[in-house]
Design a protein around this ligand. Structure first.
Ligand SMILES: Cc1cc2nc3c(=O)[nH]c(=O)nc-3n(C[C@H](O)[C@H](O)[C@H](O)COP(=O)(O)O)c2cc1C
Length: 171
């Protein structure tokens, strides 16, 4: 499958086979691709928590209703002491860095036939507390990983993209 087909076929999976784990070999590849992602100044302020024990998954369920039965959830965080600060001292790169890492992992998962869903329907402060993170570490996203339950289809809006002309300008 070429990259365009991969990007078209990936969809946010909202129902998983909870008894079908993600194979360690595939998980290792997904995590390794996150390691290759670019970050501002190559600071690599991110950290990825693999949540797969029963206790950890129950903790996720206290934070969000969006695990959808996934047997594994990644929490992607960044350390605000390590992120890049833009000139002007107003903006920082941590969310961008963590998002690029997560996007790499999401697409690697798709390429390995593993379904996923990026989540931000949770309170980041409560997530940091539940994960016992230090004050300088922020949770940017959770990502469900697993295998879609039988009959699971992309949501009806999956194919509804705005026209390219609305999304791109040439100047
Ligand atoms: C930043 C971000 C946050 C999201 N948060 C959630 C979420 O909390 N719960 C959920 O079910 N889906 C979530 N999604 C999935 C989106 O709803 C989904 O990507 C979008 O509807 C497009 O569908 P598709 O990914 O199947 O193309 C999120 C996606 C992104 C990119």
């Amino acid at each position: 499958m070429n990259f365009m087909e991969l990007a078209k076929n990936r969809f946010s999976c909202k129902r998983y086979q909870s008894d079908k784990p993600v194979e360690k070999e595939k998980l290792d590849k997904i995590l390794a691709v996150g390691q290759l992602a670019p970050t501002a100044k190559n600071n690599q302020p991110q950290h990825v928590y693999v949540l797969q024990s029963e206790e950890a998954l129950q903790m996720v369920d206290t934070l969000t209703p969006c695990r959808y039965g996934a047997p594994l959830v990644l929490a992607v965080t960044y350390d605000s002491n390590q992120e890049y600060v833009y000139p002007g001292d107003k903006y920082t790169s941590g969310i961008e860095d963590a998002s690029i890492v997560a996007t790499h992992m999401m697409l690697m998962a798709a390429s390995e036939g593993v379904d996923s869903c990026w989540l931000n329907f949770f309170d980041p402060d409560k997530a940091a507390e539940a994960l016992k993170l230090p004050a300088n570490e922020r949770v940017v996203l959770l990502m469900d990983l697993g295998y879609a339950a039988a009959g699971t289809r992309p949501t009806p809006t999956h194919d509804k993209t705005k026209p390219l002309a609305e999304l791109v300008s040439y100047r």
